[in-house]
Design a protein around this ligand. Structure first.
Ligand SMILES: [Zn+2]
Length: 75
């Protein structure tokens, strides 16, 4: 799974504050996430992170994906 700094992700379980969405603030051997709802920061082992993530809501590379979608629509 490709994770980039600044990506917004949704986890399988909500944070106790009720928030589902997290912003990636550090990428490395560990992934650092900030809860978009309450601002709480957690650090997860990459393996644990990949088990908990449900989907990437907003990727910093989404502009590239948009271009690909447009090309497909034109065909
Ligand atoms: Zn929270």
């Amino acid at each position: 799974m490709l994770i980039n700094l600044g990506d917004v992700v949704r986890l399988k379980k909500p944070h106790p504050c009720g928030g589902f969405e997290w912003t990636v603030t550090r990428v490395g051997a560990d992934i650092k996430l900030r809860c978009d709802t309450c601002g709480h920061v957690v650090m997860l082992d990459r393996q644990v992170f990949e088990k908990r993530i449900k989907k990437i809501i907003k990727s910093v590379e989404e502009d590239i994906n948009d271009d690909e979608e447009k090309k497909q629509e034109e065909q």
